[in-house]
Design a protein around this ligand. Structure first.
Ligand code: BDR
Ligand code: CA
Length: 314
């Protein structure tokens, strides 16, 4: 299995991502680290521990990370993810507490201890990842790739041009992009498209198995449907986990990406230079400011839906 670590702000769709990572035999989920984003960091820790309990994975180390972005103030997305940050389903409290170690320490330890290079999957603002890279830069020698949910080539969601995770902590995202390891950007352009059809969601909801049923509830809450008469639910962050398991389900182009850091309406935008074509002039070689990133432009929706259902209904 591929060793992975998820850094998340659980979060309805972060929960979907955790369920996939726990259930799929192709992944070895070595740790989960939490950061403020969809809700406050203590809420994220609680939600994450509860999801792992429900998924039957009570032993995966979980650590609390940054409680605010590097520069920005705390902002949440409770209007999307509910008051508890995860749909307000009234899920039971977690059966354990988070590790005594902080997220950066746990990330360093698990990355360096892994016998094979680790793939990092950030599905949240990149604050923990930026702190890790600045505190322990040596970790990059045992990172295979970073596959992050964030950014948008076309339209944003937090603002007309900025995606929530990048908008929430733009400086941290800029540090992530310049980590010096291979990076895949699983942005809104593909994120929004992977929707599980209504009948599948209803089947999951009716399951007797708690993890499968939770996946159904989360999908039903998430919407939106492509077809209003048959509401399904988007995989959201779980699509980034699919991208690690099955990269061939994505069409990516290696393109320069820069984050707009200036104050004003474009702050947090991922400026993807689509003028670039592989093999062309020096502009395409990537610089410190404009690293080359494998940007997901297309996704095979059916393939990822099948992958997801196959894992959570095991
Ligand atoms: C991203 O922001 C969060 O609300 C979701 O969990 C996802 O990671 C989408 O912009
Ligand atoms: Ca998230």
């Amino acid at each position: 299995p591929i060793p992975v670590i998820i850094d998340c702000d659980t979060g309805i769709d972060d929960a979907l991502a955790l369920l996939l990572a726990v259930r799929h035999p192709g992944l070895d989920l070595r740790a989960v680290t939490c950061v403020a984003g969809n809700t406050d960091v203590d809420g994220v820790v609680r939600n994450t521990l509860t999801v792992l309990d429900q998924a039957g994975a009570p032993d995966i180390p979980v650590a609390r990370g940054a409680e605010r972005p590097l520069i920005e103030a705390v902002r949440t997305a409770r209007h999307v993810h509910g008051h508890d940050g995860m749909g307000d389903f009234g899920l039971p409290a977690p059966a354990r507490a988070a590790a005594g170690t902080d997220a950066v320490t746990l990330l360093r330890r698990e990355i360096l201890a892994s016998p094979r290079p680790v793939t990092l999957i950030p599905t949240a603002p990149a604050t923990n990842i930026a702190l890790l890279l600045r505190t322990h830069p040596e970790v990059t020698r045992n990172i295979e790739r970073i596959v992050f949910m964030g950014g948008a080539v076309a339209t944003g969601n937090a603002t007309p041009v900025a995606e929530f995770n990048v908008w929430h902590d733009p400086e941290a995202a800029a540090v992530l992009l310049t980590a010096g390891v291979p990076i895949t950007m699983y942005g809104l352009d593909v994120f929004e498209r992977v929707v599980v059809p209504g009948p599948d969601v209803r089947r999951l909801c009716a399951s007797a198995e708690p993890g499968t049923r939770l996946a159904g509830k989360l999908l039903a809450h998430r919407g939106p449907a492509t077809d209003e008469s048959d509401p399904g639910g988007g995989l959201g962050d779980a699509g980034a986990v699919c991208a690690v398991l099955d990269p061939a389900g994505l069409t990516t182009h290696r393109l320069p990406v820069e984050i707009s850091l200036a104050p004003g309406p474009a702050r947090g935008q991922t400026l993807v230079d689509r003028r670039a074509r592989p093999g062309e002039s020096e502009i395409h070689e990537g610089t410190r400011e404009q690293p080359l990133v494998d940007v997901a432009l297309e996704v095979d929706v059916e393939r990822y839906v099948k992958l997801y259902l196959g894992a959570v209904e095991r």
